[in-house]
Design a protein around this ligand. Structure first.
Ligand SMILES: [Zn+2]
Length: 137
């Protein structure tokens, strides 16, 4: 029996979903599909410098699974960069982790990932999750 795959938690915001080498028409390119969970694993370990064990916990996967996701991601990225292929970011069994936040400086509320650190309006670092705000008042 195949065990259903657990959803992998993703808290990163990814602004771009397609990368290609400059100057080559899309029709002449091979495209590699990088899944959103693969990109999240890269974000947590390579960009935010988390240990793999901590990244695994954030994504709700085992340390070994995180290692496999990362290995696959690195291979795809290397293939794209070295062999001049395009990368499309989509898919994966994922669940976005989002929360509601409140900024006491400019009084804005906004939706952000759980790793958000600054108000998108005034860049204040004093943001609170809505639950914290409710506790204060
Ligand atoms: Zn603010």
């Amino acid at each position: 029996m195949v065990r259903p795959r657990l959803q992998r938690k993703v808290s990163g915001e990814f602004n771009a979903t397609y990368f290609k080498p400059a100057g080559i028409p899309v029709r002449d390119l091979q495209t590699i599909n990088l899944t959103v969970d693969e990109l999240e694993a890269v974000r947590l370990t390579d960009l935010e410098d988390l240990y793999q064990a901590d990244a695994a916990e954030k994504m709700n996967v085992s340390r070994q699974t995180l290692g496999n996701i990362l290995k696959s991601a690195h291979k795809k990225i290397a293939e794209a960069l070295i062999q001049g292929k395009a990368i499309r970011i989509e898919g994966g069994v994922i669940e976005y982790v989002r929360g509601k936040f409140y900024c006491p400086e400019c009084e804005k509320t906004f939706i952000g990932s759980e790793t958000v650190e600054n108000c998108p309006e005034c860049k204040s670092s004093k943001i609170k999750s809505i639950n914290e705000k409710a506790r204060d008042s």
